[in-house]
Design a protein around this ligand. Structure first.
Ligand code: MV4
Length: 503
């Protein structure tokens, strides 16, 4: 906690997110310090920052994950605060605590809050206390196989074995039948041990083909908290999100209000400050179940920024300075629709193998409603050592169809030569009837890869029809429950027009 404006911030990260934070700092007239590894001497974030400090060799455990080296750079350069970005040290309680002890502001929550949310069963307990619906399961880690068996029988198969120290699907195992438990348990444990250094596991009821919907929250040092609505993140591949959007095509005004209120209740309960995200699974009947909380800025934060007009990074910085939230819940609204495609240096034709190397030519998309948060430039060599995300292509439109058509146009404009990227894969997704209809669940990416070659004749009609059906459903729901914001017929009329029908 601090009570003065920051003059200088160190960004403990690399790539597109370091660039994103530097941009926010520049707009706030705050000087920036980049840190970099030996592999990142020529990286964009190093070029854009006011100062830069080398913190070690290429492997991140020897550089970006070294708490001592990052703090040393912070003290040497005299910064007021450290922005951790996402990944690396962003949810490392020991790092946040070291910042607290050194007197450098950590742009994130208290270290104790990171600890509570990092242990998934304590996060579930806090959620229960705050009245947030959680996936049925255990509220403490389990070690004894007989205890696990008894709890699994109580919950009912299929169950998920998850790492207590985990998150994001790592160390997660589906156990369909009681007789599969004995084999699954040691595997889940050893995965948890190697990924998190902690082999404790817990149980959840396994939901069938759920959707992944998350709520953006923001809290300040003074106990104020708001939510910035939802993001739909169901399109994932091996627990990596691929496409995100806001609003979710599935969420009704009623569900949005319910999830938002639950999220704010949890934030207030733990005295959370900073931007944060509550992840939920939503079942086929639109019941939300809290999964976990991420105590950092998310990769996909731009879609929320586009539909709310709020700059989340600037807000994080102002909160860390000790200022109260500058807006109230009632003054926020979701306007229009935003979609994000994550451009990875991976080859979609080679099972998404990393594709490092030199970018020999680069043509960036632009024009109305297009935002490209990139960490690369023409001539840059994408290193093999880090996450292969090179840019996030975001489009905005007045509705989902508009944003989708812009995305298709932007993907076609975007040319990256010298390495393989996921851009051609997005070309296929953007023509897939299920995606256009907003009908996506856990198995979507596999379906796209299996359906190569099949192309609908008039892809946009699918999206237009789906949106019209959703608008009718929202209208009906709003009539059934007058407290929710009613929807007028103009949305429907707009979709009819896009489809080529005059109202
Ligand atoms: C689940 C689940 C079913 N039941 N938990 C959690 C982290 C995320 N990366 C995947 N997670 C899941 N947790 C229970 N109790 C299914 C998934 C899941 C998933 C969820 C949403 C969207 C895509 C997914 C792909 C695989 C697994």
């Amino acid at each position: 906690m601090s009570d003065r404006p920051f003059r200088k911030i160190l960004i403990a990260n690399r790539g597109e997110i370091a660039v994103r934070v530097i941009r926010a700092c520049r707009e706030l007239d705050i000087r920036t310090v980049a840190v970099y590894s030996e592999a990142d001497r020529a990286a964009l974030h190093v070029r854009l920052a006011d100062e830069a400090r080398l913190i070690g060799p290429a492997p991140s455990r020897d550089s970006y994950l070294r708490i001592d080296r990052v703090l040393e750079a912070a003290l040497q350069t005299g910064v007021d605060a450290i922005h951790p970005g996402y990944g690396f040290l962003a949810e490392n309680a020991a790092f946040a605590q070291a910042c607290e002890e050194t007197g450098v502001a950590f742009i994130g929550p208290r270290s104790q809050t990171i600890r509570i949310m990092g242990e998934k069963t304590s996060a579930r307990r806090v959620a229960v206390e705050a009245g947030v619906p959680v996936v049925p399961g255990t509220l403490a880690p389990l070690s004894d196989e007989q205890d696990i068996r008894r709890e699994a029988e109580r919950i009912g198969f299929p169950v998920m074995l998850k790492a207590a120290a985990g998150g994001g699907g790592k160390g997660m195992r589906l156990v369909a039948r009681p007789e599969d438990l004995a084999a699954a348990l040691p595997r889940a444990r050893s995965e948890a041990k190697s990924a998190f250094g902690d082999d404790r596991v817990y149980l959840e009821k396994a939901l069938i083909q759920p959707r992944h919907i998350e709520i953006q929250v923001v809290g300040d040092h003074h106990g104020n908290a708001i939510h910035l609505f939802e993001r739909e993140c169901s399109i994932q591949r091996r627990h990596q999100k691929v496409i995100e959007e806001s609003p979710s095509p599935l969420v009704t005004p009623q569900l949005r209000a319910r999830m938002g209120q639950a999220a704010v209740a949890l934030v207030k309960r733990v005295g959370y400050w900073n931007a944060g995200t509550l992840e939920f699974l939503v079942d086929a009947d639109r019941n939300p179940y809290f999964l976990e909380m991420n105590t950092r800025l998310q990769v996909e934060h731009p879609v929320t920024e586009m539909v709310t007009g709020v700059d989340l990074v600037k807000l994080q910085i102002r909160i860390a300075e000790g200022r109260p939230l500058p807006m109230k819940q009632e003054s926020l609204q979701q306007r229009g629709h935003a979609i994000e495609c994550r451009v990875y240096a991976e080859d979609p034709d080679q099972d998404f193998m990393p594709s490092p190397g030199r970018i020999t030519a680069l043509r960036l998309p632009g024009g109305p409603g297009v935002r490209d948060d990139s960490g690369v430039y023409e001539g840059y060599e994408v290193p093999i050592h880090y996450d292969p995300l090179i840019s996030k292509l975001v489009t905005y439109g007045h509705d989902r169809v508009d944003a989708l058509r812009r995305m298709r146009r932007a993907v076609a404009e975007y040319k990256i030569l010298g390495i393989q990227t996921t851009l051609p894969f997005f070309g296929r997704v953007l023509e897939h009837p299920d995606f256009l209809a907003g009908n996506v669940d856990t198995s979507f990416v596999e379906r796209v890869l299996a359906d190569q070659g099949r192309r609908p004749d008039r892809p946009w009609e699918v999206a237009v029809a789906a949106a019209a059906i959703q608008a009718l459903r929202d209208q009906q729901a709003a009539r059934a429950e007058p407290a929710a914001s009613p929807l007028s017929g103009w949305r429907l009329a707009g979709w009819r027009e896009l489809a080529g029908h005059r109202p």
